[in-house]
Design a protein around this ligand. Sequence first.
Ligand code: FES
Length: 274
Amino acid sequence: MSVEGATITPVRLGGVRGGPAARTLRRDRWWVQPAISAVVLTAFVVYSTWAVFVNKDYYVGAAAHRDLISPFFSPCITASCVAGAHGTFLVITWWHITPALLILGGPLGFRLTCYYYRRAYYRAFWQSPPACAVADAHTRYTGETRFPLIFQNIHRYFFYIGLIFNVILTIDAVMAFRLPGDGGIGVSVGTLVLVVNAVLLWTYSLSCHAARHLCGGHVDAFSKHPVRHRLWRLLTPLNARHMQFAWVSLVFVALTDLYVRLVASGAFTDPKIF
Ligand code: FES
């Protein structure tokens, strides 16, 4: 199709899939974002792996007048959990290595299959592609239509599992208002840390594409579903900030573990606010 009066500028595309050089015509610093993603994700994986396998200092109990548990270890469901960290309903007696391994699959699967994180780690690590208008580092592209990436499609089910963990971590945050032997109920810095962590995890979950689809998907006419329409309108602005919630909640969950860890190890005392 030609447009009268239009000037035609020939464009030579420099990108070659899998090509070693001249992968893009972009002159901006397109590599900064994938590089930051790679650094932050690698740091999180290294820290969380260490925290899980060091298997100690994940709970601050009555001896310190607190009830603070690391989100990496909650719910603590093995008999080997430190005293006070586990509940009474589900206690597994045959598991003797780190209890975090029993539960991490849920939140990890939720994050790994997240649409946003997929974009981030495909760009950062697999370079498929590393950025918009930058050629793929691989000669072939098979997408997510076959093993193993086809399993990314189970994200919506991990969304439900993630909600269960959100409820549990919210209960942990409420329990953190207990200051046993130190006035009963109160607020410490640790309380606030667990509350902020729970809030951020909820914002991450509720901004998920699966949550928005749950409210507004398969609806032909919103006028016939006013409640779903209202929920969809509530979640849509959150959904627009999903990337930000993904990063902030990821970093903060590690900081929450670090805070509990430092208090539990005796590095400092959790300050009481009132
Ligand atoms: S799309 Fe990111 S958590 Fe669902």
